[in-house]
Design a protein. Sequence first.
Length: 543
Amino acid sequence: MGGAEIPGVNPVCPQIPESAPFSQAQRQWINGYLAGLFSGQGQPAPAAAPSLGPLLFLWGSQTGGAESLARKFAKQAATRGFDAKALGLDAAKPADLPGASRFCIVTSTYGDGDMPDNAQGFWDGIANGSAPQLAGTSYSVLSLGDSNYTKFCEAGKRFDSRLAELGSTRIVERVDCDVDEETKGHAWFAKVMETLAPDASSAAPAEEEKPEGYGKSNPFPAVLKTNRVLTGEGSAKETRHFEIVLDGSGIEYEVGDALGVVPTNCPDFVDEILDAAALEGTETVTLKDGSNSPLRDALVSKYDLSPYLSALPAAGTSAEDLVAKLRSLQHRLYSISSSPKAHPGEVHLTVGIVRYELEGRSRKGVCSTFLADRADGTVPVFIHKSPGFRLPTDTGKPVIMVGPGTGIAPFRAFLEERRATAPGSRNWLFFGDQHEATDFLYIDELADMIADGTLTRLDTAFSRDQAEKIYVQNRMLQKAAELWKWLEDGASFYVCGDAKRMAKDVDAALHDVIRIEGRMSEEDAAAYVARLKSEKRYQRDVY
């Protein structure tokens, strides 16, 4: 009995032999019970679909967008039968590419043509003369960027060109996506699938649409509780502190995350455009999704009007021609300047309000002035996760923060978090702006943090308070010996702010500190910085 095979007995389901000391009725009952108990057991398992082989999605991401897409594509490729995997470029090595066989790179470009931080080391590895030859491999690149920058999608273009130089063959041509062209990315992925496995692609199950909570496509209408000017009278800047209530949203965030804000355009500017074109605004236009809208409503809430900042449309321009050159109005991301532990149910922002003159006409930053002037108590928002900008998991490790101007935003959040979770930890802030008297943001809060020990060190650089301009990178070099000790003690180094100038100057200063105080060559100092990045001890939130 048991699992033994007995002549004349079903080898899958055990049965009572005829010779067993049971009556016919007992034997039938027991056999029936066993049949039910073993029903389906022993049946051959359906044959597993043959794997379509490995497919690697490598991502370079500064704010998480490229990472999110790469992970989504890897998941979808797996449903089609590929052994698919998504991996950050900082976790990959160029030497592994020849064995990868097939790979895709999904990368953003940050600043004006720079590699994302997590992609720089990998790029350096394939850009130099010791890069591996890639004959026999195949690849494709999806590049994300913003056409407002002159070096649009530059990181993806450089990857695409270099991989071809190394002998790899394109699966499909590179696709460059502007900020409002996410559908192009999905079309690129579909073409990669069709090229690699046309049968699997056509037969693949449709991805199940899951109900989405509040997010980019469905922002939460939050209450704007506080709108306060931080800069003093006489400042050349207008910086404001906003407090936004998230009650009832179910939205959660971590320090380091960003808040997406969905703005509307200034109605006065819309009226300027309509007047110049001699249009009423009641004309109907077709939106990018195929739906129809009154022209004025579309100009207020659907389109980026920046092409009309320098030149208004000519009189007689039709409604359809007026919007034909415009791209979709995009959300803006702002570094969150609060910890949920300090402000439950709220999220705070620190925003520089943009107002300027252009060719004799007043102009406004779309989202900053929406928050400052037009939000009318309600702001559509969502959380944008920033997994690459996080406090160290070891709360005992020191933290160094460099955040001039509104770059202080995430570090106010970091300090509030450290006050709650890491009492006794060492925290050092470098802050700078134009004038101490008018531009020392959160001066009272920082003084309280110094008094209670949350903020161990504060070094400031007010550039216009003396004849020679002083910046945060100058303060770093002045404090080089102590900064080096903190790094050697395991400190994490964070930077937030302008990518084009400040972040580059701070990076150069960091290299100099390490080279001078560590008594290293430039090459060894660069290797030290690379290690900081690979250990997640050098992180940047730059724009």
